[in-house]
Design a protein. Structure first.
Length: 582
């Protein structure tokens, strides 16, 4: 749904929302970046998305409706099938006689309107709405997990065949029969479907003495989703083993496998890990979306000087770029964002990963398989014979892989990899611990990025200022005076402000977001290997000495980057301290 820029300019000026000069500036930027004028206006904060949509509705003579807090009757909502509603951003919300009111993002989508008219045999009345309204309506297609499961459990859990404990180890046929029963299939399918809808990264199915707990990891935090009866456990384990092509009668040893789920709306690869515990077999399933697009570095949370230095490093044809942080801190996602920039027809990119989390066109991706001797080290050796320009090594775990990666960077390749260290400076002593020569590290290492993931605040959030007792508590973890200086340098606070004057934000729970958070963003520190740092590496300096020099040269630490994002209202102080103290 488009409105001519000149027409939009006149109406925005008349409404007193955007000045003509501002609009002209935004239009130039939109043409330069090949984006829409509306996106630029909203991004700059000159007009809200809702104001813009309401104005466009007025210009086009189409009524505007907000469904953000609307509960739509189920029988009305389901007149439009969910796949159509999702793919075309259209929902039915009111029916009176033979008239059906539908909310859309694009009321000029006549083909979809005609399709719904034929299918429902009703007169369609299009209404303009905003993305938040569509999102709220789409959520209503699904019952809550508790409601759906309570029905399933009441109706079908009683039908799951009970297998006596002493029969489990040997009776593979009986286990397979249980795994293929309809109640078990439905329970497992529902668990996975709801995990995907709730944007979970992992599903934990944990057997206790008298019950089974199901937990989802959403935005890095584990949340209890459901309690199932103990009798359901053997069938659920057997079903997941069948899907993952694992041994049904093996209950004493850990097993790893994977399978895929695919619908019209999503396509996921699911990595399965099964571990024997004293109460039975515990399952963890990692959900990896195959349809998700790679993020840009800006979307990940890199900004300012740090972003510039990473981009400069990616332009170098040789050397090594390392990303560090604990498990689950988004290191691989950052590597993929870099490869997305580097992935052009002129270069050959080869990777060795464990596992291959996202598939990228034109990138030769290899999966580690230790059972047949394909390790990071042996895989990297083979990749060097494949005429690569850029190499991505999923993780440097040992001295052999470290040595091969450094030699690859020395012999004219750009090498991207990850390490498990708490900060950027710690990567260098870690490589030296792996018997890498300091002079080789200093001559190949371009940049080290350390990162963590913090939860993003929703749009509805509350402002507050810190009390003296809270500031005293923060002093235990951070250098307050340095933080204050950084915030002033970033022009986020006034030159005369103290910590008591700074406005921070805290989550405001809502119906759509019970904890006030939605999604995650990275906090980073980017250590550039300068001449001074090269000298320190050659002297086998400590991580603290390297860190101090990097900060002298202008490096923002993760805590500082986190506080910048907290003042901007992107996250909270509690989130920053939570991930830094992990």
């Amino acid at each position: 749904m488009q409105v001519e820029p000149e027409r939009l300019k006149v109406f925005l000026a008349d409404a007193g929302l955007v000045k003509e000069k501002q609009f002209d500036k935004a239009l130039q930027e939109a043409k330069k970046n090949k984006t829409s004028i509306e996106d630029v206006l909203v991004t700059k904060g000159w007009v809200t998305q809702e104001e813009l949509i309401k104005l466009k509705a007025y210009i086009l003579g189409i009524p505007f409706v907000s469904l953000e807090k609307e509960q739509i009757p189920s029988e009305v909502l389901r007149i439009i099938p969910e796949p159509i509603a999702r793919s075309h951003n259209i929902v039915a919300f009111r029916k009176e006689g033979d008239k059906l009111e539908v909310a859309m993002l694009d009321p000029e989508d006549l083909r979809t309107i005609e399709f719904i008219k034929k299918k429902s045999n009703l007169k369609i009345l299009p209404r303009l709405t905003d993305p938040a309204s569509i999102k709220n309506a789409l959520k209503q297609y699904h019952k809550t997990l508790e409601a759906e499961f309570s029905e399933l459990i009441k109706k079908e859990a009683g039908e799951i065949k009970v297998i006596k404990e002493e029969k489990i180890p040997g009776d593979e046929k009986e286990l397979k029969k249980v795994a293929e029963e309809l109640p078990v299939i439905r329970i497992v399918d529902t668990l996975i479907r709801h995990a995907i809808l709730q944007r979970a990264s992992d599903i934990h199915i944990e057997p206790l003495e008298k019950e089974v707990i199901v937990r989802y990891r959403i935005d890095g935090i584990l949340r209890e989703a459901m309690t199932l009866p103990k009798r359901a456990a053997p069938g659920i384990v057997a079903r997941i083993k069948v899907l993952s092509n694992l041994k049904l009668d093996e209950h004493r040893l850990p097993q790893d496998g994977r399978f895929k789920v695919e619908t019209e709306d999503y396509k996921y690869s699911i990595r399965v890990s099964i571990l024997p515990t004293i109460n039975g077999e515990k399952i963890v399933m990692r959900l990896l979306s195959e349809s998700s697009k790679a993020y840009t570095l800006e979307e990940l949370g890199l900004r300012g000087r740090a972003l510039e230095k990473v981009q400069e490093s990616l332009k170098k044809p040789v050397g090594m770029i390392l990303v560090t942080g604990p498990t689950g801190s988004g290191k691989t996602t950052t590597l993929y964002a870099m490869m997305e920039i580097l992935n052009t027809p002129e270069v050959n990119i080869s990777t060795i990963e464990d596992p291959v989390e996202y598939r990228m066109p034109r990138v030769n991706q290899t999966q580690v398989n230790t059972k047949i001797g394909l390790t990071f080290a042996s895989g990297l050796r083979s990749l060097l014979r494949q005429d690569p320009d850029i190499l991505m090594v999923g993780e440097i775990r040992d001295g052999e892989t470290a040595s091969l990666a450094i030699n690859a960077a020395l012999t004219g390749h750009l090498v991207l990899s990850t390490l498990h260290t708490t900060n950027a400076a710690g990567a260098i002593p870690r490589l030296i611990d792996m018997k890498a020569e300091p002079f080789l590290i200093s001559s190949t290492l371009n940049i080290v990025i350390a990162q963590r993931l913090v939860r993003r605040l929703c749009e509805s959030k509350e402002k507050y200022k810190l009390k003296k007792s809270e500031i005293q508590n923060i002093k235990k973890y951070c250098d307050i005076s340095r933080l204050l200086r950084v915030l002033k340098e970033e022009k986020l606070i006034k030159p005369k402000d103290n910590f008591e004057d700074i406005v921070f934000y805290k989550p405001k729970p809502s119906k759509s977001s019970p904890d006030g958070y939605s999604g995650r963003i990275g906090i980073f520190e980017v250590l550039v290997v300068s001449e001074a740092i090269k000298e320190l590496i050659n002297k086998s300096a400590t991580a603290d000495e390297i860190q101090a020099q990097a900060q002298k040269e202008g490096m923002r630490t993760m805590v500082e980057d986190g506080f910048i994002k907290a003042v901007q209202g992107i996250t909270t102080i509690e989130e920053v301290l939570r991930v830094i103290m992990e």
